[in-house]
Design a protein around this ligand. Structure first.
Ligand code: ADP
Ligand code: MG
Length: 363
């Protein structure tokens, strides 16, 4: 009875998984459960959101181009007032620019964010819209040809371009963003970790998406995506390339985070919805931790398999010893307890796991 009781077998998995989760937490990678650690080990494709994930969450305003009777100040003031409650990184950049110019940013009468498109707000009796061409056409507005041409010209320079409307067309605001400093380096590390396909998903325009994809070395860029299109893109990638992780920060990424094999959210830059939906959170927003997490999850799986094999073998040997060879009880107890201690210690080794290629630096 003593030698057959499966203490070591039962403790094998939790001892290893908890150690791995603790190791990850020390690096600022929060796994919300052991199952996600297992999923992570089999990832063969990764999809990155662009704004706030591959790029910093701090874009800045580059051009403010008034149209018609608008001035730079009136354009920027109207845009900043309706953006002041938006969680989007572009909104923060517009508000910061308006503050920098000393413009008065007072509360809008109402505000609504349309993920992947922009915002609609009310200032007195004016309806104000800031966002993409899709936002404007979805509200039945026709954009003047001049502004569309300007948009094409500015996008060709790799800038994110927003239309601004307040009963009349006020003009364009362009923004530019920088890659996170670790972004170009991580793609190689991910491929070394066995990731076969890397895609960028963004609600932004095609030119910016392609430019970012080639700068970081991604395989594909999918642009002009609304939140539901991101879900479709994830499903297509999963069908073609196997288990897919999705990395994102925004409200617009939440459905895709939920439908991916594993959803990973940026912790510091991420919105609450993204943090809640994700299975894993990168607290430090350091993308190089993804390759680390993949290696850690594989090592954890190996340790679990070692432990299960070892503890089962010990039980079988002890049972054979007890039944067939009259193994004395004290030896049985030592074998039983000893194997339990050994699998726990083997699991605890994961606390010290530190892949060499990562030692002390970002990938
Ligand atoms: P990404 O997928 O790259 O994170 P989003 O889906 O959040 O980008 O946004 C897609 C596009 O929608 C942006 O490039 C911008 O044109 C527009 N947009 C989204 N949110 C806002 C906002 N708060 N203000 C203005 N434009 C926005
Ligand atoms: Mg984003």
């Amino acid at each position: 009875m003593t030698v057959a009781s499966p203490c070591a077998l039962i403790i094998s998995t939790p001892a290893s998984i908890l150690s791995a989760i603790a190791n990850a937490a020390r690096r600022g990678v929060l796994f919300k459960g052991g199952a996600h650690l297992e999923q992570m080990a089999d990832i063969t494709a990764i999809a990155f959101d662009k704004t706030g994930t591959i790029t910093t969450s701090k874009p800045s305003v580059v051009d403010v181009l008034p149209y018609g009777n608008a001035t730079q100040d009136s354009l920027l003031t109207a845009a900043a007032r309706v953006e002041m409650h938006s969680e989007h990184p572009l909104a923060a950049a517009i508000v910061a620019k308006a503050r920098e110019c000393g413009l008065p940013i007072t509360e809008p009468d109402s505000f609504q964010a349309l993920p992947g498109m922009g915002v609609i707000g009310k200032l007195h009796n004016q309806i104000v819209l800031v966002g993409t061409e899709r936002l404007m056409t979805s509200q039945g507005l026709e954009i003047p040809a001049f502004l569309l041409n300007e948009r094409d010209r500015l996008e060709a320079e790799g800038k994110t371009t927003l239309f601004v409307y307040a009963d009349v067309w006020l003009g364009l605001i362009t923004l530019a963003d920088r890659l996170r400093k670790e972004a170009p380096g991580i793609m190689q590390a991910l491929r070394a970790a066995g990731v076969k396909h890397i895609a960028i998903l963004t609600g932004d325009n095609e030119r910016v998406a392609n430019a970012i994809a080639s700068q970081v070395g991604a395989d594909a860029a999918h642009a002009n995506l609304l939140p539901e299109h991101k879900v479709e893109a994830i499903k297509a990638i999963q069908a073609a390339h196997g288990k897919t992780a999705m990395l994102g920060d925004g409200v617009n990424d939440a459905p895709a985070l939920a439908s991916a094999s594993i959803g990973i959210a940026m912790g510091a830059a991420g919105t609450d919805v993204a943090l809640e939906t994700a299975d894993v959170v990168l607290m430090a927003d350091d993308l190089s931790n993804i390759a680390y997490a993949i290696y850690l999850s594989r090592r954890a799986r190996r340790v679990v398999v070692q432990n299960l094999t070892f503890s089962l073998s010990v039980i079988v040997l002890l049972v054979i010893g007890a039944l067939g060879f009259g193994l004395a009880l004290p030896f049985g107890v030592v074998g039983h307890e000893g194997s339990t201690v050994i699998v726990v210690l083997n699991g605890l080794r994961l606390l010290a796991f530190n892949p060499k290629f990562l030692a002390g630096k970002s990938v």
